[in-house]
Design a protein around this ligand. Sequence first.
Ligand code: CIZ
Ligand code: SF4
Length: 304
Amino acid sequence: MEVGPSIAEEIRDLARERDAVVLAHNYQRAEIQDTADFVGDSLGLSRQAAATSASTIVFAGVHFMAETAKILSPQKTVLMPEPGAGCPMADMMSADELASWREANPGVPVVTYVNSSADVKALSDVCVTSANAVGVVRALDADRILFGPDRNLASWIARSLPDVEVVPWEGCCPIHDEVTVQQVLEAKRVHAAAEVMAHPECRPEVVDLADAVLSTSQMLAYAAESSADEFIVVTEEGLLHGLSKAAPGKRFVNLTPPMLCPNMKVTTIEKVRDCLRDTTGEIDVAEEVRERALAAVGRMVAIG
Ligand code: CIZ
Ligand code: SF4
């Protein structure tokens, strides 16, 4: 979509007036990424939220990400332009379900993907992102862990750490889980010289076809450093905008059909402006939940 400069300028002016920063996830629409103060993955953005002196954070992403920002920065006002933007994967594990799973496995550490609700984080021993999951689990030095909600990331951790038994919850990201081997093979046929970067939320048989299995932040760094000049990017197509900026002159292709997360795309640049103008879409986390969730997120941050 072509967006005139006026709406971006309106956003910049409102952000100044409201003492706000605008954060956009790597999967957001290109025009939102271009207008934001910071673009990144969920943890990188939450760290920006914690570091900024601004009193208001506008988080263009999905609900668990804005919650994570609030968990780390309780004194700041966190707004979502489209508070209805959820994450189906995060919704696949409820706090009640996790409590029963824990009870059935006493003493086994619960490791939870940040793609989860604050209530679920509050019942977890430690959180991970796709960028640090393998490192954090390695540092736990446990024989066995419970991992949720993503069974595909669980499988990637298990494969990377053969000495750890990773017991998966049966959740997944519908966008990454639906990618087929045929789609990737077809892209490789058309772009024979391209390297394949795949996200660990993809199924193991798709991960097997990748040259590199990477989180979004890792893909941005990898593409810039690799000697290849063409890449098949097996993650949500919003990342291609950032990749083209991180590695100008290189070519990036998504799959056919493209990988689109409807929840990521429901936020529009107009909604970002409206949210700043009207101060709507505030995200709150109950203090008692927040403190326990912060402990799990804090352990992750401490490990790396
Ligand atoms: O943690 C994130 O931001 C997500 C959802 C993906 C990634 O790999 O960065
Ligand atoms: Fe959730 Fe997948 Fe969308 Fe990310 S891409 S927000 S994991 S549904």
